[in-house]
Ligand binder design. Structure first.
Ligand code: DGL
Length: 294
């Protein structure tokens, strides 16, 4: 884990004991694929099930109860699929629901938080930009990260409205996206920021766009490698590391939507040509949203 990231490490007595079982990775949509990429690089023998809740993305525009409801439902679904550990590869879901998920799920889990501490450690100008969802930025967990680790750094926090939707459409470079991104980055650059925290797992897919706008002026803090390292430690601590499966097996990709963008993004940015299964994962709030059947 890079200094300062604090994915939740939750040892649990009832942890699944089967090392050959898969690791579940979940995000509101495609962003968690940036975490999956890092996990595959570090733990190539692990079998992975990835769930994108793209039907309900973006979570960053949802209320807190909705996010908790979906995170629990998907976590339980993954446990039902035999997952031995869970990566909540979504800053927004972690911010709102990690405590409850930790309490209720019978497997170890890793969550993800914006890299405030590593950013404060590397910034020379002492001005740092943070791009994250509105939900993450207003969460008590994020405020507490700032209180603990910002030190003498000034953090300029910007909600990335529209960015998750762009990545969900596989748009990582259109003129409209570039203009939107520039409108978020310009005030940070103008204020002298030299470091940018990517506080949403969708944003690493905008890495090139950010570099096209900011050049070398911003060093980017992306926590996906740190999350993979934390998962490694967690599996090791629970004797759950899979050392026997053949390396480079393809993940099982699942989506609550049609999965087309997921297939495209995985193929173009991760060079993973794998089918995407459609899955229905009902939850209290989504059931309520369905029309009554007479
Ligand atoms: N990838 C999610 C995160 O890290 C995006 C949340 C959303 O769907 O708005 O926060």
């Amino acid at each position: 884990m890079s200094a300062g990231l604090s994915p939740s490490l939750v040892p649990n007595e009832r942890a699944a004991s089967n090392a050959s079982a898969p690791v579940g990775i979940f995000d509101s949509g495609l962003g968690g694929l940036s975490v999956l990429r890092a996990v595959r690089a570090l733990l190539p023998r692990e079998r992975l099930i990835y769930v994108a809740d793209s039907l309900h993305a973006p979570y960053g525009e949802r209320d807190d109860d909705f996010i908790v409801d979906r995170t629990m439902a998907i976590g339980e679904w993954l446990v039902g699929q035999g997952a031995k550990a869970l990566v909540v590869a979504c800053n927004t879901a972690t911010a709102q629901s990690i405590a409850l998920v930790r309490e209720r799920l019978p497997i170890p889990l890793v969550g993800v938080e914006p890299g405030v501490k590593p950013a404060a450690a590397v910034s020379r100008s002492r001005v740092v930009g943070v791009l994250a969802t509105a939900v993450t930025l207003r969460s008590a967990r994020f405020q507490s990260l700032l209180e603990r680790y910002a030190g003498d750094c000034r953090f300029i926090c910007q909600a990335g409205h529209g960015l998750v939707q762009a990545v969900e459409r596989c748009d990582t470079s259109s003129p409209a996206l570039m203009a939107l991104l520039e409108s978020y980055l310009a005030p940070m650059l103008g204020a002298g920021a030299d470091t940018l925290v990517l506080g949403c797992t969708h944003y690493p897919f905008l890495d090139r766009a950010i570099r096209d706008i900011a050049g070398e002026r911003l060093q980017i803090v992306d926590t996906s490698v740190a999350i993979a390292r934390q998962l490694y430690r967690l599996l090791d601590a629970h004797a759950l590391k899979n050392d026997s499966a053949p390396p480079e097996n393809l993940p099982r990709f699942c989506s609550t939507a049609d999965g087309e963008s997921q297939r495209q993004l995985a193929a173009s940015l991760l060079q993973l040509d794998a089918p995407v299964e459609h899955v229905d994962i009902p939850s209290r709030r989504t059931r309520l949203a369905e029309p009554d059947i007479v």
